[in-house]
Design a protein around this ligand. Structure first.
Ligand code: FE
Ligand code: FE
Ligand code: ZN
Length: 280
């Protein structure tokens, strides 16, 4: 079975996200741990989180992929911005202890003209302070489009961060199809060779989740504008090859396409059908 879900709003609480996911045919999902545009520390109701935990177990959900606010930057040129990112991630990890066994996905950061190398060092140093040996959450570095000074637009950059981490088994990678395409990796025409490159530089065993998005832009555009499945420059055929690929097919796939719930539901149905057709 295809493991798929979409980005959901946390505004109705934790248990509500589980019920919504099930209603639209999802068996995993993503959500922002807090308002990405700022806001203070969330104080969720422990009973609500426990209710989601039970729901996920009863409905045999696959690991969730919680998303850190995308405004966080572990390698900013401003120390207070770096510190804020670090303390927010620490807080989020401690909140996630109430939902053990899931993923916490984040954007590596933007080095802001300090250079790629400096960025990689700041990110890995921060991650070594953030992660603890007793954490029940695996943090996932997201592959990026290489927009501006983004770190993580090349697989080698992700590898360089991972290489410097102390608690290596507490980290993995989330591959975003729109981002890698925009970064210049031809997942449309040459998925196998892109995955070979990924395997050589990072290792496919580190790949733990996929953000499944089409792209509004052309390959190598470094833009990062998501499109609905089948309506962008990657296309449904190529995205079907992604979800059915022997190295990927058991991973959780998360849609971050420009949709409301009904649009997500249609995409989930479309992709489940494509997956089943390919499998028989
Ligand atoms: Fe992301
Ligand atoms: Fe993404
Ligand atoms: Zn994106």
């Amino acid at each position: 079975m295809l493991n798929i879900g979409c980005h959901l709003s946390i505004s109705g609480g934790y248990a509500q996200m589980g019920r919504t996911a099930e209603k639209i045919g999802a068996n995993t999902f993503a959500y922002f741990t807090r308002n990405p545009r700022g806001g203070g520390k969330p104080s969720p109701d422990p009973d609500d989180m426990a209710a989601l935990c039970t729901f996920l177990e009863e409905h045999a959900f696959k690991p969730l992929v919680a998303h850190a606010p995308y405004t966080l930057n572990l390698c900013s040129d401003k120390p207070n911005v770096r510190e804020f990112a670090e303390s927010t991630m620490k807080e989020d990890l401690s909140l996630l202890e109430a939902l053990p066994g899931n993923y916490y996905n984040f954007h590596p950061g933007c080095h802001m003209r300090q250079g790629m190398d400096a960025g990689i060092h700041m990110i890995s140093d921060a991650l070594n302070r953030i992660m603890t040996p007793d954490s029940h959450t695996v943090m996932l570095l997201e592959t990026m489009a290489g927009k501006g000074s983004e770190v993580g637009g090349r697989f080698e950059e992700i590898r360089a961060i991972l290489d410097r981490l102390d608690l290596k088994d507490k980290f993995g990678v989330c591959l975003d199809t729109c981002h890698v395409f925009d970064a210049g990796y031809d997942i449309k025409g040459g998925l196998d060779s892109v995955l070979e490159m990924f395997d050589r530089s990072i290792g496919l065993s580190r790949l733990r989740a996929v953000h499944l998005n089409d792209s509004k832009n052309q390959i190598g555009s470094h833009k990062d504008r998501h499109e609905k499945i089948g309506q962008g420059n990657i296309g449904l055929e190529a995205l079907t090859r992604v979800i059915t690929h022997p190295s990927l097919r058991t991973l959780p796939f998360i849609l971050e396409t420009p949709n409301e719930l009904d649009g997500y539901q249609s995409e989930i149905t479309l992709l489940r059908d494509a997956f089943e057709k390919h499998s028989c």
